[in-house]
Design a protein around this ligand. Sequence first.
Ligand code: PNS
Length: 164
Amino acid sequence: MRRAIFPGSFDPVTNGHLDIIERGCKLFDEIIVAVVINPHKQPLFSVEERRELLTTVLTEISSDGCRLVVEDFQGLLMEYAAARQAAAVVRGIRAFSDYEYELQMALMNRRLEPRIETVFMMPAEAYSYVSSRLVKEVAQLGGSITGLVPPLVEARMREKLGQR
Ligand code: PNS
């Protein structure tokens, strides 16, 4: 059984994240989508809300028999991944600019836990510019985010931002 961890802030989950999860499902038997608990960040959605949104939207993607689990974690990603006996950590790379930071993290993570590989995956071109940060900024300023996040996430964002 090949298990991977797909870690992130998921504040909120975007269609780019879902695209990566669908692709990851072709490689792994189980993917744990792991929401990081970061006490230093002020998120739009609480960890519980992010987990709930993820759990709901994951039922709508084509997982191809791959088991999808949503969890949260605190502390070192590699300690968590090792405790879950994961074979790999999946990260999405959109543009060349992502690569430098991701490479640094992957190499540090390899040093911490050499048994666990980092797998970089590219989302569909249509999502190559989509990030949670930009989606939040555009929504906060009243712009359209339709098609960039699942409809449920869009509705919850509008509610949160008092736009409905
Ligand atoms: O969605 P994000 O914010 O890009 O995800 C970043 C994440 C969660 C992968 C990264 O911040 C992380 O791994 N945090 C856990 C703490 C840790 O292990 N830090 C050392 C990284 S080398």
